[in-house]
Design a protein around this ligand. Structure first.
Ligand SMILES: C[S@@+](CC[C@H](N)C(=O)[O-])C[C@H]1O[C@@H](n2cnc3c(N)ncnc32)[C@H](O)[C@@H]1O
Length: 469
């Protein structure tokens, strides 16, 4: 009879080979639960043999993928990159009547692909009728949800109000339905990026590939395989977008870095002179697959304790940050900054109850209380409880009058409630204070937006307020 560790190791190796994913140490329990559910221990060997030889699309492999993939995403994530794509890359590609074909590889529940479609419709420089967006993901359930295009408020947490109004229908239960025009502009398909599919990956099939926040979950081997496939499927001079903390270092030498303002992306082969370039930004170090808490290698691994979790959070590597925090000794977990970080990570992953529990304890202790009240406000807001959310934000800015994000949320809430004057006052103040907002607040609560991105969100809210006046 197989020992539990043997079963887990064999299943983890299979997951890496077939799905490309390196299971984090925190998912070991999940692997064990999966095996126990699927077969009695005496039959694990036979079950694993069968799974290893299963073909593409096998139902058990699909279930495994649904259980193990991390689908964290939201509308307008890493906005500066999407804006660079829409304002610089797409107009160049569409010159002389050409179409632009974009692939979102690892599209999860569709927010990224739809954000691109919305921004293209908002831009005066892009012709949306000549933009073709395809989204693919391994997780069948995510693809189903992407096609449904019906989202909870959390998915729209950084969506500017004017976009909410123009491109979504708000339902009485607090959820949002995407406009049919945008929904029908994206084609979604369940697909494993590692499976052979010569037609799909035909030479020159795409002009742009978005592969953001997927690489961090991949083994180096799976990363190399998918990147070489992308290189082949991109037109010469085509573009590749990774997440801001992801790098091609050690994985591919076929792309050059392009920097445009705060955004950077990659271009296959030589850069064409019509795309503005500045010298490459230094490669962000470290890949997630190399930094699980149990396998310390690489420069960033020199960071210890909660600091390492902070760094992972800064890089939006939430699952790893959570795993790292959970593995810390108790005295480090008990530090107030660790607790705050843990609460923010729970919030980020949608575990609102736990986030709220930790936030309450912090608020009561009086340490990091302004941040704790702000976090509790976010929890209340996502529960549709605007009244208590406002009280929490008010408490946060009372304790820390220069808390820009607190004023921003108060302004957004007031605007949604039709309190135009209160909204204008709060948003104007937020805009001034955002220029000096603490890095701690931006990292914890910026939702992937940098200072500049948040100022843009604030500015748009303010314009919308003034337009409505
Ligand atoms: C964190 S989400 C990223 C979503 C989106 N790109 C973004 O940046 O917001 C990662 C997605 O990659 C998908 N994924 C992981 N391995 C994959 C594979 N081998 N083939 C296709 N998709 C995969 C997961 O199912 C998950 O939905």
């Amino acid at each position: 009879m197989m020992r539990p560790e043997e079963g887990i190791d064999r299943l983890a190796a299979l997951v890496e080979r077939r799905l490309g994913l390196v299971p984090a140490s925190s998912t070991k329990e999940e692997l064990l639960a999966f095996l126990e559910e699927k077969a009695p221990r005496r039959q694990w060997e036979a079950y694993l043999d069968r799974l290893e030889s299963a073909g593409t699309g096998d139902a058990e492999l699909r279930t495994l993928a649904e259980r193990l993939t991390v689908g964290e995403t939201y509308f307008f994530r890493h906005l500066v990159q999407l804006e660079a794509l829409v304002e610089q890359v797409l107009p160049t590609l569409q010159q002389r009547g050409r179409s632009a074909r974009v692939l979102c590889a690892g599209c999860s529940t569709g927010e990224e692909a739809y954000s691109l479609s919305i921004l293209a419709r908002e831009s005066a420089r892009v012709d949306p009728s000549r933009l073709f967006i395809t989204g693919v993901d391994l997780n069948a359930r995510s693809i189903e949800r992407a096609r449904r295009a019906h989202y909870g408020p959390w998915a729209l947490r950084v969506t500017p109000q004017p976009f909410r109004e123009r491109w979504f229908q708000a339902l009485p239960d607090g959820t949002f339905v995407l406009s049919p025009e945008v929904r029908d502009s994206v084609f979604f398909e369940e697909r494993n990026l590692l499976d052979e599919a010569p037609d799909f990956w035909a030479a020159g099939a795409f002009d742009v590939i978005l592969f953001r926040n997927v690489l961090i979950y991949f083994s180096p081997e799976a990363a190399r395989r998918s990147l070489s496939r992308f290189e082949q499927a991109l037109t010469p001079g085509g573009f590749l977008f990774l997440g801001p903390s992801e790098t091609l270092r050690g994985l591919s030498e076929s792309f050059e870095t392009v920097q445009a303002g705060d955004a950077f992306y990659f271009q296959r082969e030589r850069v064409r002179p019509d795309i503005p370039r500045t010298p490459p930004r230094p490669s962000p170090p470290l890949r997630a697959a190399e930094v699980t808490p149990t396998t310390p290698t690489g420069a960033r691994n020199r960071l210890k304790g909660p600091e390492r979790a902070w760094r992972l959070l800064e890089e939006e590597r939430y699952a790893e940050a959570r795993a790292w925090l959970e593995a810390l000794p108790q005295h480090e977990r008990e530090q107030s900054l660790s607790k705050l970080l843990s609460a923010a990570l729970h919030l980020q992953s949608g575990a609102f109850r736990e986030a709220e529990r930790l936030g309450e304890a912090l608020a009561e202790s009086g340490v990091q209380a302004a941040e704790a009240h702000y976090l509790l406000g976010l929890c209340r807001e996502q529960a549709g409880d605007g009244h208590h959310a406002r009280a929490r934000y008010e408490r946060a800015v009372h304790l820390e009058p220069t808390f820009a994000l607190g004023h921003l949320r108060l302004g957004m809430l007031a605007r949604r409630e039709g309190a135009a004057t209160a909204a204008r006052v709060a948003l104007r103040l937020a805009l001034i204070l955002l220029a000096h907002e603490q890095p701690l607040h931006l990292t914890l609560f910026g939702g992937g937006f940098g200072r500049h991105g948040l100022m843009q969100v604030c500015q748009r809210e303010l314009w919308a307020c003034l337009e409505a006046a």
